[in-house]
Design a protein around this ligand. Structure first.
Ligand code: BTN
Length: 255
């Protein structure tokens, strides 16, 4: 683990005022957790060029070869909102991808997908340190990666910015734009009611209206993705018109 640079952007409100850049780490989320023992400023970003043990949701691995963008943001929200913040963070990611030319959609809960292929993912974790609640939002974007550098089992369902856009986009440029968007989102989160943000999220979630199969520890449900509940859950209406709330598990869009 080698820290190679530190950047400052004092014009930001909170997120990304300071960015620590590493050449490689095990996982930026894990590095963030280790550093929480120290007194860190809220909004600090840890960015790595590679991860040896990148982690995804539900215990999956996140392939992190050189060329992709991997970072974590450290937040200290007043409420225990790790999951909601992770959900909302999908919006700035999709916005950044669109800005750089990939017309991505937001698949519930927070995957950025383009033509049914995943291009970015988010792992948000809530942790207590010395009685203070922290949220670590880890974001991975397949930016300048060739598809064949990703594991064979994900190649059919993944894509990269490099593959979809002819123009070269440097990771620092993408990160700069994305951090501005996350900074704006977090300030809205702190100043407006969460219902408004959930409504925005609902408007941007491209899963709504589609037929899906949700698999959780309790079993599988197939039906139409119908709405986002005030708590952020996806409401699925099954074929017998019964409603089910889905929060965590795997979600597939089906024909
Ligand atoms: C997912 O879609 O399963 C979430 C992927 C999250 C990957 C990012 S990369 C930066 C941060 N560090 C990690 O180990 N994971 C997240």
């Amino acid at each position: 683990m080698l820290k190679i640079a530190e950047f400052h952007e004092p014009n930001r409100k909170l997120v990304g005022r300071t960015v620590w850049h590493y050449d490689h780490v095990e996982s930026t989320n894990e590095t963030a957790k280790e550093l929480l023992e120290e007194d860190l400023e809220e909004g600090l970003v840890l960015w790595a060029d590679r991860q040896a043990a990148g982690r995804g949701r539900q215990g999956r691995a996140w392939a992190s070869p050189l060329g992709g963008l991997y970072f974590s943001v450290i937040l200290r929200p007043k409420e225990t909102h790790a999951w909601i913040l992770g959900l909302l963070a999908g919006m700035p990611v999709v916005k950044a991808l669109r800005h750089f030319g990939v017309f991505a959609g937001l698949k519930y809960p927070n995957d950025a997908v383009y033509q049914d292929r995943k291009i970015a993912g988010i792992l948000s974790e809530g942790v207590y340190r010395r009685d203070i609640y922290h949220v670590i939002i880890g974001i991975g974007v397949n930016t300048n990666v060739d598809l064949d550098r990703l594991p064979p089992d994900v190649q059919a369902t993944a894509t990269t910015l490099k593959r979809e856009v002819n123009l070269f986009v440097a990771n620092d440029e993408f990160l700069d734009y994305l951090l501005n968007q996350i900074d704006d989102l977090y300030s809205r989160y702190r100043n407006t009611r969460i219902e408004f943000l959930i409504k925005d999220y609902r408007g941007q979630c491209t899963t709504i209206g589609k037929r899906v199969t949700a698999t959780t520890s309790k079993g599988a449900v197939t039906g139409r993705a119908y709405d986002i509940a005030p708590n952020g859950a996806l409401i699925i209406m099954d074929d017998a018109n019964a409603k089910h709330e889905f929060v965590e598990g795997s979600l597939k869009v089906v024909p």
